[in-house]
Structure formats: C-alpha cells, structure tokens
Design a protein around this ligand. Sequence first.
Ligand SMILES: Nc1ncnc2c1ncn2[C@@H]1O[C@H](COP(=O)(O)OP(=O)(O)OP(=O)(O)O)[C@@H](O)[C@H]1O
Length: 563
Amino acid sequence: MKILNIPQVFSTKVRWPLIGGIGLACLAALANFGLLFLSGWLLAGAAVAGLGGVAAQRAFNMVLPATGVRFFATLRIVARYAERLITHDAALRIISQIRAKFYAHIAPLAPAALNTQRSGDLLSRFVADTDRIGQYYTDTIVPYIRALVCGCVFIAIFALFSKAVAFSVGLSFIVCGLFVPYVTGVVSDKILLRATMLQNKLQADLTDTINCLGEYLSLGAAQRQQEHLAHSQTQITTLQCYLAATQSAAKAITGLCATATSLVVLYYATQGLLTHTLSLPQVPMLVLGCLAAFDVLAPLPAARQSLGAARLAMKRLESACTTPICSAPHTATNTPNAPYTLKLHDISFKYQEEKEWVFNHATLSIQSGERVALVGPSGSGKSSLINLLFGFYPYQNGQASFGGADLHTMRAETLAGYIAVAGQDFHLFSGTVRDNLLLANAQATEQEIWNALETVQLADFIKEIPHGLDTFVGNEGLCLSGGQAKRLSIAQALLRKTPWLILDEPTEGLDAQTEQALLENLMRARPDATFVCLTHRPAVLPFMTRVLQIKDGMFSPLQEEQA
Ligand SMILES: Nc1ncnc2c1ncn2[C@@H]1O[C@H](COP(=O)(O)OP(=O)(O)OP(=O)(O)O)[C@@H](O)[C@H]1O
C-alpha cells in the first residue's frame, strides 16, 4: 500500500505551486549565475578599459554588463523570496494531505491493529514522519531538479565560449552531482536509520512518561526514567553529529571540486586568450561563472540525506497501515432495518491465532426492546461482544446480523448510529463537560443535556460546581471521580438517542443508593430501547428481562438460583 508517491504528489491540487516552486528555484539559481558571470566580465572589462586609455574606454560597452548585473541581482532576490514562499506553502499542503490520507488509512484499523502500537510512536508517525515526507519536496526534489536543469544551462553557456571549459565543468558536475551525493547516501543511510529509530522511540517514551508521570513518581522510578531519556537523547545527538559531519565533508569535497574546476577553467580560458578565441574580460567571467555554477550542487548531499529520511518515513507510515483491515470496508453501505434484532449463529472468535477461543460456536439472539444482562467471570468475553459487533476484530466462523443486515456489510460508523456503547475503556476528551456531551450529539439542546445528566445522577453535582457545564474535565476526565466520569460516558450514550444501548458495568463504583436510582432513571428515560448490560453486579439483574451468562465461550440463560 502506498500512502503517497511522486506521481500522486504532482497530480494533486498543489501541482501548480509545486511546478512553480521548481521553476522559481531554477530562475533564482540562473540569476545568481548570471550575476557572477556578468560581474566578472564587468570588473575585468572596466579594469582593462581603465588601463587602456580613452580608446579602450570607448570600445568597452559598460552599460550592457552593468544593467545586466543590476537586473540579475534584483531577479535573484525576488525569485528566491517567491520560491521560498511557494515551495514552503506547497510543502505544508503536501503535509496536510499526507496526514489526512494517513488518518483515513489508520482510522478503520482502530482498535484491533492500533492496540499493538505505542500511542507515542503512532503520534510520531503522524507528526514527524509526515513532516519528513512533506519536506522531501523542498529538501530533495527542488534541489535535484534545479541542479539538473541549471547544470545543463550552465554547460551550454560555457560551451558557447569554450568547449574545453564546458567539458571540465560537465565532468565536475557529474562527480559532485552524482558521485558525492551517492557516497553521502551510502554513509548516511545506516546512521539515519538508527537515528530515526532512536528518535521515534524517544518520542514514544516521552509520551508514555508524560502520560504516566504520577506512576513513575509514586513507584520511585522517575529518576531512572530521566536517566533513560537522557541516555537516549545523548545517543541521538551523537548520531546527528555523524550525519552533520558526513554532510559537511560532502560539502567540503564539492567546494574543493569547485576550486579545482575553476583553476582548470582559468587554464583553458588563458589558453583561449593566448589563441585569441577569448577576450580578456571573458577570462574572469568564466572563472567566476564556474564558481557560481557550483552553488546548485552544494545542497545535494543534504538533499540525499533528506531523501533517505523521507524513504524511512514513508516505510514507517506504510507499515502502520499494512495490518489487514477487519472492519467492513469503506465501500460497505448496508444499513440495519427495524426491528433491530441481533442474531449470532455458530460464532467462533479468538483475538489471535495462538489464543484461546473467546466464543466457541456461540449462538445468541436479542430482540428489539429486550433488556438483557450478560454476566460471566472476568475474562469470559463480555466486552469482546462489543468488539465483534462493531467489526473491530474479525470472527473466524459463523454468521452475525443486526437489523437483518450481515455485520460484514455494515461499517462501524453506520452501526454507531443504532447502537450506543458506554464501554469500560471510555475516553473523555480534554475539554468541558458540555464539550464532551456535545461530542456525542452536536445537536443536543441544553434541556436534553440536563435531562441526560439527571438520568445518570450527575445534574446536582454539575449544578453545584462553579462553572457548571463549562467545567473543564481534564485529560481523560482526570478532574472527575471514576464514578462521575463513568456516568458522564453513559450520559453521552443517552444523548446519541440510538435504539440500542450497550452498557459495560454501568454502575461500577457506585454506592447502592445511586446505583438503584441510576438504573431506575435509565429504564424510565428509555422505555423502548434495547439494553444490554455487561455486568458482575447483582443489583442490575432485577431491571433486566433476561439474564445470559457466557460460559465456555457460549451464551446460555442463567438459572434463577445462580442469579
Ligand atoms: N485486545 C485483545 N487482544 C487479545 N486478547 C484480548 C483482548 N481483549 C480481551 N482479550 C482476551 O479475551 C478474553 C475475553 O476478554 P473480555 O475483555 O471480553 O472479558 P470480560 O468478560 O469483558 O472481562 P471483564 O469482566 O474483566 O471485563 C480474555 O481472555 C482476554 O484476555
């Protein structure tokens, strides 16, 4: 799978800014060359005219090179400014496109494939790797194309004056434009791989450290973690020094080549002067022109390193997306129809090949409007039913349908319109109570929000706190108690107004009185809804019309004496 490749980059909406940026980069380099080229002619011509007396002064036309110098100097400034503006704008657009594409690729993988990846590492792919790919345009494509286009133009210009000069410059261009960057790549790629791996690991470690700062402090491991992070940083700095040294060495070699080539050009130009094929002002013009020509080669070693970084970044993005998608594909457009009955027939499901069966030839039918409690020991598979229902993990055998439509033919987003889940691993976003509730239903009115909060026994608490609905709940709801956060997630589920509600341990952590009130309110608030409560708590069972247990990977009615 390719997230982005070169033809795709150039066929997107940013094609014209991309091509324009390359054009301006070439124009700026040509203006720089023209400036030095003409400067050499102007200076030498002026000197010759000064020494040669009035006749020589009249013979040398000062106006043409002087105007040319001013023209190229102005053009160089304007073209460079416009080039930076356009190329960086294009690079930022590419980055935003890659991020959107990457998101579209990984979103359907959640949670099955993403559970196995560190969140910090995923974040670093999202931010640093997409940046590296975006910079590939400004740091690699632009310098290489500029060197190629301008190199050909420079050699053609030199050839107009002297074939030997053009040949020497061409030979040096091949060495410095191909060989030096190639060797830089060979030396840098391994260092770059190691540095990138360490950098991404450090980023993931830092994310974990910040998320779990309290645990590190309370377990007395903060100092050790700090030393570990400092050690990783030192290793990265050392590798970055090697990379910088490689780049500097390559630049130095290019500089030496430029000097050596300009000496060769001086030799051939002098020969031309002696054989009267060149005039005196043309000698410094060719030498300075040669030095200016090498300006387009100087960024190539860095461009080659940036190419290596972009390749690595691309591989990392692709590897994050190669896990097979288990939820229904984007093309799946089926929707369930009323009555919303869930039917599982002969379902077998396990998370991984080497793991035990969670469901083993299990059969289950839940009619619309039923209130079903699903009980069973910890690890029996209660929460796994949600994963299976939403297609987060694939089942290996059997048939499953909801509202008459096969689960395989419906996307998780479609099902979410019919089934609201208040799971165990709910997530509250870093925002206010209102933000979190509106996230579940952006159209919910103030009255509906308060009704939902009344139902989950949170309204009194929210009214009492100074900022009410605008109270900040903190990262993952850390400013709330566990029970309050849980009830807020149930309020979110209620606001979705779906025909089905699946509540995973809805009353966990509540005192008996609040538990009773919450359950009574829920049943009163949604008398027609189908409730599936995954629970260990006996207090929930009297509110249900049926109690099922999961045993040995199968669903069976719970006998009254067991309840
Ligand atoms: N993402 C996962 N990857 C691999 N195995 C998993 C995953 N989630 C759960 N399991 C395993 O599947 C089995 C069923 O887990 P599940 O979470 O469904 O149990 P549960 O009945 O909901 O437990 P609890 O009451 O403790 O929440 C367990 O053996 C568990 O280790």
